[in-house]
Write a protein that binds this ligand. Structure first.
Ligand SMILES: Nc1ncnc2c1ncn2[C@@H]1O[C@H](COP(=O)(O)OP(=O)(O)OP(=O)(O)O)[C@@H](O)[C@H]1O
Length: 131
């Protein structure tokens, strides 16, 4: 059984959980350090948060803002993982490597477009009111 084999290796639940958390954090820091796109997303997210503070969004609007930011960041993280796996499989040009990377990147593009639409829906009433 899984539990038995883990206990056999001397890894209790807490030990393995702490290790998993550590590796996940390492992964996130690596993405932050190496991926240009994630830096751009974080800068845009900071600007959106400042605008949201200025307009004093409602609780549900804040929840939408954070959800959109979180989904965008998660897509970039998964995209980075896919890119690395593709590079691990082949360093040569391969049509399937191109498909995998381009399709993964398209997820970020599609959600970026959706985010803009959500942003327009969310902020346009505040902007119109200001005019
Ligand atoms: N092994 C490969 N075979 C075929 N095409 C590839 C391969 N590696 C990359 N490409 C093509 O080059 C594009 C850019 O790939 P690359 O690995 O440089 O990602 P990137 O543009 O640096 O992504 P990001 O900016 O998110 O890190 C891919 O979207 C794909 O079209």
């Amino acid at each position: 059984m899984l539990m038995d084999s883990k206990e056999h290796k001397g890894k209790g639940f807490r030990g393995s959980f702490a290790k998993s958390f550590h590796y996940a954090l390492e992964g996130f820091l690596l993405v932050l350090k190496t991926e240009r796109n994630i830096k751009i997303h974080l800068i845009i997210a900071s600007v959106v948060i400042l605008i949201s503070i200025y307009f004093q969004l409602s609780t549900i609007e804040w929840a939408i803002v954070f959800l959109v930011i979180a989904i965008m960041i998660v897509i970039e993280i998964i995209n980075t993982a896919i890119e690395n796996v593709v590079d691990l499989v082949t360093e040569d040009y391969h049509p399937l490597a191109k498909v995998a990377k381009d399709v993964a990147a398209s997820a970020a593009l599609v959600f970026a477009c959706i985010s803009v639409i959500i942003g327009v829906i969310l902020f346009s009433p505040y902007i119109i009111e200001m005019l």
